[in-house]
Design a protein around this ligand. Structure first.
Ligand SMILES: NC(=O)c1ccc[n+]([C@@H]2O[C@H](COP(=O)([O-])OP(=O)(O)OC[C@H]3O[C@@H](n4cnc5c(N)ncnc54)[C@H](O)[C@@H]3O)[C@@H](O)[C@H]2O)c1
Length: 268
């Protein structure tokens, strides 16, 4: 386990912070007493509005997380203006690609769900190693541990995010850097607004959570220094079943897909 992360007085950055899970996490950190929370998003209008609503300790930053130079500059600027970054939540995500997807959806999914985390880690690890402390949280998805039946690009790149988070935790654990990986199933946000009957995707019949429930899990897990953050605890059981018997798990997922196809006409 990593060192428990303590929110009060900390400097935190949350990407994809304009709305949804990122916004709820930022709000929760502010309630827990963070000194500064920089909410970063490529949506400049919404990020300004969100920061204003979150109050004086929230600071908006327009940032495209797939632009490595911009990410490096953002890290330098935050540290100059607010002090050492204690926690970077690499949370921005996209719901791109239906079924096997096209090249464009693979490209954007890869850049946002994998490369953006690499860019953040490149900019942060040197500074954090030097200080002997710091925490990086990567938002993946239950799809990164299991599968997302609707979208191969989403599923595969979220698996990449889990693999990267594990790699970072192993590589930098002894340097004092804590790493966590957030893997929710369905959450009520703009990303899932088009989920139709909501039996599709990774959810497979389990309840959708609110972003605030996810924020609650994040704060609890960080406080315990846990790597894997599972707002839907049943995902741990699904993952175990997958690891124990892949053939059986794939059989179960095929039955789930066939049910979804029957009820939603194939979009999933
Ligand atoms: N909603 C769910 O059911 C669910 C489930 C599992 C994982 N997740 C993950 O949680 C994270 C947050 O998702 P959400 O549901 O809050 O979605 P959302 O669509 O409400 O918010 C995502 C935010 O990311 C921002 N963003 C996208 N690309 C960006 C880029 N290149 N640079 C900067 N910002 C960018 C968007 O502008 C948006 O504000 C994502 O990584 C998503 O994959 C969501």
């Amino acid at each position: 386990m990593a060192e428990p992360f303590s929110v009060p007085e900390s400097t935190v950055v949350v990407t994809g912070g304009a709305r949804g899970i990122g916004r709820a996490i930022a709000a929760r950190f502010l309630r827990e007493g963070a000194a500064s929370v920089v909410v970063a998003d490529r949506d400049s209008e919404e990020i300004d509005r969100t920061a204003t609503e979150l109050g004086a300790r929230a600071h908006p930053m327009t940032l495209d997380v797939t632009d490595e130079a911009a990410v490096a500059a953002a890290v330098a600027r935050v540290e100059e203006e607010h002090g050492p970054i204690d926690l970077w939540c690499s949370n921005a995500g996209v719901g791109a690609g239906v079924d096997l997807g096209d090249d464009e959806s693979w490209d954007v999914s890869w850049r946002v769900h994998v490369l953006a985390h690499v860019y953040a880690a490149r900019a942060l690890t040197g500074r954090m190693v030097e200080r002997g402390r710091g925490h990086i949280l990567l938002t993946s998805s239950a799809a990164g541990l299991l599968s997302n039946l609707s979208s191969a690009p989403y599923s595969v790149t979220k698996h990449g995010a889990v693999a990267l988070a594990e790699w970072l935790a192993i590589r930098y654990g002894d340097d004092g850097i804590g790493v966590s990986c957030l893997c929710p199933q369905g959450v009520n946000t703009a990303m899932t607004a088009g989920d139709g009957d909501r039996t599709a995707g990774t959810r497979l019949g389990d309840a959708y959570l609110e972003p605030e429930d996810v924020a609650e899990s994040v704060v609890a897990a960080l406080g315990e220094g846990r790597f894997l953050i599972l707002p839907h605890p049943e995902v741990a059981d699904y993952e175990q079943r997958r690891a124990q018997d892949r053939d059986r798990w794939i059989g179960g997922m095929r039955r789930a897909w066939s049910k979804i196809r029957g009820s939603s006409g194939g979009r999933g």
